[in-house]
Write a protein that binds this ligand. Structure first.
Ligand code: ADP
Ligand code: MG
Length: 435
């Protein structure tokens, strides 16, 4: 087709279509700022599809000068196919979340260079030479700057979108802006909070070793009550703008830098869900590690580092969050006039401590929920999946399930993050009896 035959870009942009590579090249070439950023002739830009995620298309485009990542939503779940439709609007929410997070936690998310609502497409900064953190962890790599970065990301994005930081009207506008993302929330409500605990067609687990545990979890009313409490919290606690899918596959890292990607599940929900995603996924990394060792003890240093990291993520998060609360509390919660004088200051500090203790309990529960869904539900983790020998994989998974059950049912018995890492260490040495 010659360029004369072609309708002008603007009219074609208003209609959704999946952009194959050739069309994407042409589309980007027509965006002056992007074309300049990429540099050189569009014909020689390299374009490769890298989407290893479950839902969308992601292209890496590189020109003579620079690169971009282009993410386009499909009208269905990529992992499953057209039989599972999913609204394109998730791209709008991802865009909204990315730009919001960029303001709250500068440098910790990719910057958005272009967004086309109709095409459900976001062009963003290419994050390189980073890799997906989960892959690095499987290889046994340590990430010294991760704790500081993720603690800052969590503290700032959660605090500054909460009633502690912003006036009620602004907070409610925020809730409204994300309320339409309910189809993505529903995925979580089903796949994390419901299906792993009942017979569901899409569930799977490492058979036959985990058959008995999967069956026991489907009968375990203590567990069902605990996961239902967490589900209710997820449904009705718009505490802050949460990322909504903050596992180690949504974090890109080098030794010195951390970038959080993929916030398409973002909405106003419970803070503990994001914290639990990070900590639950680190716990899985720790317990999967034994399955990746060539000889016993080979990955000890790595495992010690993961446990320290789990402790430091919580501790540094709590420290930063509390510091923000002491210095940047401009929200309608806890009016300062109600806490006058020295006694007031003291009482407010006690309230802050109580708040963090409650948030910690949520975090423990949500961590456990994240672990269980990855072992008994639809979407599994390569941390476990790449353990080739299924029995060895099942051992790591059984340990994780044992820990997760205790964390979910007896969350209150975990008084601090040290209790969580201690329990993880103990379960690391537990040998499941597969009968
Ligand atoms: P999905 O929503 O389908 O899970 P992701 O946003 O997780 O898609 O992206 C899928 C993959 O694309 C990521 O695992 C990562 O490898 C790559 N990717 C996504 N965004 C970027 C980016 N800004 N820079 C570099 N790579 C990216
Ligand atoms: Mg993803």
């Amino acid at each position: 087709m010659s360029s004369q035959d072609r309708p002008p870009a603007s009219s074609r942009q208003d209609e959704y279509r999946i952009l194959p590579e050739g069309d994407l090249r042409e589309y980007l070439a027509r965006l002056p700022a992007i074309a300049e950023h990429l540099g050189g002739a569009p014909e020689v830009w390299s374009i490769s599809e890298v989407g290893d995620g479950n839902l969308n298309l992601v292209f890496i485009v590189k020109g003579a000068e620079g690169g971009v990542a282009v993410k386009q939503a499909l009208p269905y779940v990529r992992l499953v196919g057209e039989s599972w439709p999913l609204p394109l609007s998730r791209s709008h929410y991802e865009y909204l979340a990315l730009t919001h997070q960029a303001r709250l936690a500068p440098g910790l998310v990719p910057s958005v260079l272009h967004h086309n609502e109709a095409l459900a497409l976001v062009v963003m900064e290419l994050i390189e030479p980073h890799i997906i953190m989960r892959k690095g962890l499987i290889a046994g790599a340590l990430y010294p700057s991760f704790v500081g970065d993720i603690a800052t990301f969590l503290a700032r994005t959660l605090f500054f979108s909460s009633d502690l930081a912003i006036p009620a009207a602004q907070k409610k506008e925020g809730i409204a802006a994300f309320a339409g993302n309910h189809a993505l929330c529903k995925i979580t409500e089903d796949l994390v909070f419901t299906d792993p605990y009942r017979v569901a067609e899409q569930n799977r687990w490492t058979q036959p070793w985990l058959d008995a545990t999967a069956a026991a979890f489907r009968e375990d009313l203590d567990l069902h009550a605990a996961i239902s409490r967490l589900k209710l919290k997820f449904l009705n606690a718009p505490e802050a703008l949460i990322h909504g899918d903050l596992h180690t596959g949504s974090i890109m890292v080098t030794e010195g830098s951390t970038v959080v990607i993929d916030p398409e599940f973002a909405f106003y929900g419970p803070m503990g869900f994001d914290l639990g995603a990070v900590i639950g996924n680190l716990l899985m990394s720790y317990l999967a590690s034994a399955g990746h060792e060539g000889s016993p003890g080979e990955r000890r240093l790595f495992e010690v580092w993961v446990l320290e990291t789990i402790e430091n993520v919580w501790t540094e998060f709590a420290h930063e969050f509390l510091e923000l609360w002491r210095t940047e509390a401009h929200g309608d919660a806890y009016p300062p006039t109600l806490f006058p004088g020295e006694a007031g200051v003291k009482r407010l500090e006690a309230e802050r401590r109580a708040y963090m203790a409650r948030l910690f309990q949520d975090t423990v529960g949500f961590s456990a929920a994240k672990i269980i869904r990855r072992i008994l539900g639809l979407a599994h983790n390569i941390d476990f999946e790449l353990i080739e020998d299924p029995k060895r994989r099942a051992i790591s998974e059984a340990r994780s399930l044992r820990l997760a059950r205790a964390m979910m049912v007896d969350a209150a018995s975990f008084r601090g993050i040290g209790a969580v890492t201690k329990a993880a260490q103990e379960v690391r040495d537990w040998q499941p009896d597969f009968g």
